[in-house]
Design a protein around this ligand. Structure first.
Ligand code: SF4
Ligand code: SF4
Length: 177
C-alpha cells in the first residue's frame, strides 16, 4: 500500500499575505463559525433544504453529529480564512498550473467530514449537492486552486506547477572599429 501523503505544515503560499488581510480572514471566520455553532440545532433543516431531501431530518441526531464534526473541521483546517485570503490576496497565483486528476478520496471535503459528502462501497467520495445553487457559493467547487489548497488536505492527486520561465534571449552586439 503506498504511503499516505502528508501535508507540509511549513509550506505557505500566502506567506506574503498582508497582515490586515489575515486579520480580516480570521475575523470573518470567527463570525461565520460563531453563527454556525449557534445554528447547529437547525443544521439538519438546512441540510435537508440544500440537499432537497428529507433524510437529514429523519435522522436528526446523526445529522446533528455530522454538522458538529463538519464545523469543527472547518475551524481546524481554516477553510473560511483561506477562502477570504485567496479571494482578496493581490498576487500572481493564477500563474501556477494545477495538474492531476481527482481520485475521489474525499479528503478535500473537509477531511471527509462535510455534511454533504457521501462514500460508496469502494470508498469513493461524491458530493450530494454538486451542481446545485448552494454549491456555486462554495470554494470547494473550484478545489484545488493553489498549492496551499493542496497541502491543506494533503490531496494525493494534484500539484501546483510554477510557470516555466521563458528562455532568456542573448543578444550579440557587433562593435564596429
Ligand atoms: S483530495 Fe484531491 S484526490 Fe481527494 S477528492 Fe479532493 S481533489 Fe480529489
Ligand atoms: S464538494 Fe460537496 S461534499 Fe465536498 S466539501 Fe464541497 S459541498 Fe462538501
Amino acid at each position: 500500500m503506498p504511503a499516505k501523503p502528508t501535508s507540509n505544515p511549513n509550506f505557505d503560499m500566502h506567506a506574503n499575505t498582508p497582515s490586515w488581510l489575515r486579520r480580516c480572514g480570521a475575523a470573518l471566520e470567527s463570525i461565520a463559525l460563531g453563527i454556525m455553532w449557534l445554528g447547529l440545532p437547525l443544521a439538519p433543516v438546512f441540510m435537508a433544504l440544500i440537499r432537497w431531501d428529507i433524510a437529514p431530518l429523519r435522522r436528526y441526531p446523526a445529522s446533528w453529529r455530522r454538522a458538529v464534526a463538519h464545523t469543527s473541521q472547518l475551524s481546524r483546517v481554516g477553510v473560511i480564512r483561506r477562502g477570504v485570503e485567496q479571494r482578496f490576496a493581490p498576487r500572481g497565483e493564477a500563474a501556477y498550473r494545477i495538474e492531476g486528476g481527482c481520485t475521489h478520496c474525499g479528503q478535500c471535503c473537509v477531511n471527509g467530514l462535510c455534511v454533504f459528502v457521501d462514500f460508496d462501497a469502494e470508498g469513493r467520495s461524491s458530493c450530494a449537492i454538486h451542481g446545485k445553487w448552494f454549491f456555486r457559493w462554495l470554494s470547494c467547487g473550484v478545489y484545488p486552486r493553489t498549492q496551499r489548497d493542496i497541502d491543506a488536505y494533503a490531496c494525493p492527486s494534484f500539484r501546483a506547477v510554477p510557470p516555466i520561465a521563458a528562455p532568456r534571449r542573448v543578444l550579440t552586439l557587433k562593435v564596429e572599429r
